[in-house]
Design a protein around this ligand. Structure first.
Ligand code: UDX
Length: 434
């Protein structure tokens, strides 16, 4: 089985490497020559646990190669499109320029029957547009299109790929279905469900899934506001709800609002898709609103903990990425919360195990970045935990007390027990707990 993966971003690199691990012969192609050169030298442009080793292993076994040469498409049975689909500025539509360019590049290089598969998250109808573009660019081409959305969590992408809850295949022909099933055959061993649908349904399953998960998060975040108002504990609420199998306990953790490369972009896109087709998506619109409100609420919380005045105060921020085990800063709550605090006159010292380089690029220049958690706390008035990295879970409270000049402890991921921290003499603030 020969596979070409177009685009060596997060999704393309993980998927290409995992297909090689399945036993396929994979060439990952990208227009970015510098990136390809780095990959050829074993340098992985993103931080994803286990990826570097898996790339090296598959390169050594000659199942995985990197190239800028699109002519590899001619040898492929399956060509995956895994290029970026950023939100278009201003209107929230997914920008499909790269997808359609990939379709044209594929069209001119096709030889023999090939299945072209959308892996990127694309608006409903894109696979059909890809089909049209390829047909127009190369009328003699023998091909089918398919949609195979990814459901990878950053930080757990390899295991999500190798042990998926499900694989979704949107196909139009038996021939394409057979090839894709053949590619995913190793998953039969672990009895992973493989769901075959039409193109449009596969495209929509991805948006519906992400929007539903975002809904769970916004729902529990909204409950946390109510908990604070009535004196209830949001952890008890989440547990009590989650024990109902129909609800499930996952994705009911309160936090400073969801971020990352998928939820913000995909919820926006779903709303646009619905608008475009004259349908309504009022629930998802509210989910987006509740999420921005949650971020704004966090700034208020920090202010309140500092006696309603952050001006002239020094605040240590621990964690900058949108979640742990990634260096990804995309749509991270830190990007809205920190600038807001600086505008109000706060001085910020910050640390993140993986995200500081990217954070320094995106955040105001006056932030002082520190080498580790403890050095960040030197003489600060308050500490804010913004991302629940493991190394922040077991901080020595004794040491904190010695290092800090203030005693304000703001835990926006609820990773500490209120009583424990308060017993140590801190003024502890978290989300939705008495
Ligand atoms: C998500 C989806 O999980 C994945 O299936 C999809 O393909 C891409 O988007 P990812 O963005 O990597 O994956 O992160 P995820 O672990 O799902 O977390 C997303 C955001 O939600 C993070 O900001 C996280 O902190 C937040 N979150 C998650 C909560 O605030 N509470 C929760 O209970 C769960």
């Amino acid at each position: 089985m020969k596979v070409v993966m177009i685009g060596t971003g997060y999704v393309g690199l993980v998927s290409g490497t995992c297909f090689a691990e399945f036993g396929a012969e994979v060439v990952c192609v990208d227009v970015d020559a510098a990136k390809i050169e780095k990959l050829e030298n074993g340098k992985i442009p993103i931080y994803e646990p286990g990826l570097e080793e898996m790339v090296a292993d598959n390169v050594r076994h000659k199942r995985l190669r990197f190239s800028t040469d699109y002519s590899h498409i001619g040898e492929a049975d399956l060509v995956f499109i895994a290029v970026g689909t950023p939100s278009r500025h201003g209107d929230g539509y997914a920008d499909l320029t790269y997808v359609y360019q990939a379709a044209r590049d594929i069209a001119t290089n096709l030889q023999g029957y090939t299945v072209i598969v959308d892996k990127s998250t694309v608006p409903v109808g894109t696979a059909r547009n890809v089909k049209r573009i390829i047909g127009e660019t190369n009328p003699a081409a023998d091909f089918d299109v398919a949609s195979n959305p990814e459901f990878l969590r950053e930080g757990a992408a390899i295991s999500d790929f190798m042990r998926p809850d499900r694989v979704v295949l949107g196909v139009e022909s038996e021939r394409a279905k057979k090839l894709l099933h053949e590619l995913y055959r190793p998953l039969n061993l672990i009895e992973a469900p493989i769901l075959t649908t039409d193109l449009e349904s596969a495209e929509l399953i991805k948006y519906a899934s992400n929007a539903f998960l975002a809904t769970k998060i916004s729902f529990i975040n909204e409950m946390s506001v109510l908990c604070e108002a009535v004196g209830a504990d949001v952890h008890a609420i989440a547990k009590g709800m989650g024990l109902d199998n129909r609800i499930g306990k996952k994705f009911l953790h309160v936090g400073p609002g969801y971020g990352g490369s998928c939820f913000p972009k995909d919820t926006q896109a779903l709303v646009r898709i619905a608008q475009e087709h004259g349908a309504s998506s009022r629930i998802v619109e509210s989910v987006i609103e509740v999420n921005s409100a949650q971020k704004a609420r966090m700034v208020k919380k920090i202010r309140a903990a500092l006696d309603n005045n952050v001006s002239g105060k020094t605040i240590a921020v621990l964690g900058l990425t949108f979640k742990p085990e990634t260096d990804d800063m995309r749509d991270s709550p830190a990007l809205s919360i920190i600038p807001n605090l600086i505008e109000q006159g706060a001085r910020i010292r910050a640390h993140d195990p993986q995200g500081m380089e990217e954070a320094a690029r995106l955040l105001p220049k006056e932030i002082e970045f520190c080498d580790d958690a403890y050095s960040t706390l030197d003489q600060v008035d308050a500490v804010v935990i913004l991302t629940e990295w493991n190394e922040y879970r077991g901080l020595s409270l004794d040491k904190l007390k010695q290092l800090m000049r203030g005693n304000v402890f703001i835990d926006l991921r609820n990773i500490y027990e209120p009583e424990t921290v308060r017993d140590q003499g801190f003024r502890y603030t978290c989300i939705g707990r008495p």
